[in-house]
Design a protein around this ligand. Sequence first.
Ligand code: PGA
Length: 263
Amino acid sequence: MDTRKKYVVANWKMNFTVGEASLYLNKLAGRIQPSRKLQIVLAPSTIALQPLSLQINRRQFKLAAQNFYWREYGPFTGEVALSQIRGFVDYAIIGHSERRYVFGEREEDIAQKVAAAIRSGITPILCIGETALDRKDGETAASIYSQLTSGLHEVSKEDINKVVIAYEPVWAISSNKNAKPAKPIDIIEAERLIRKHIAKLYGKEASETISVLYGGSVNKDTAAGYLAIDGIDGLLIGNASLIADQFCAIVELAKGVKNERQY
Ligand code: PGA
């Protein structure tokens, strides 16, 4: 039996001005008690990272970047380097489907971002997940395997325990026009595929210890069901994380769930 860390990650996406983000953080801080077992990670817009890092109690919340560019500095107009946000964040979301499909982020850049985060002492949250078309074509496993293989391409066996994987089937993300919530069975299958592939790439121990989160249309009514899935170590939440009542309720549920897994 293994008692593991749990995660609730809030992806605020392109919402809130800096002032609004600060007020919202204040509201959450007043309602959420720090917890040693639960990592509550907030991912505001890049522009809010620095001010929120001054406001935040790091025992209560950690900050994550939603995106960055992997080069240290240079002629990359419009981009932000990790060296410019290091110190503000403990985590970085990498390869989110909106980055892949809206902004055309390439697998090789995702792999470089994962490597750059590890080099900087920042935990990468590598998002993977099949599209509706992949699923329809019976390509779910192939899509999961290929995104894992390429996203982790630069990660050594020594460093694999520094990575968090978020399984986010694109068809279940609320921003998707025809989004439908994933059923626990879909997530169980994907979680097994992920651990199986990690075992193939990095060995059995890594496959058992790596944290796997779920994300896609999670709200306070569905969170408990997802959190109860053996092998799911937490949630990545978009829309529902923007509403204090929703987010605080999900945090309370996550605190109540013991993350003990039996292999
Ligand atoms: P959602 O977003 O919870 O609004 O579906 C999740 C995500 O995109 O990370």
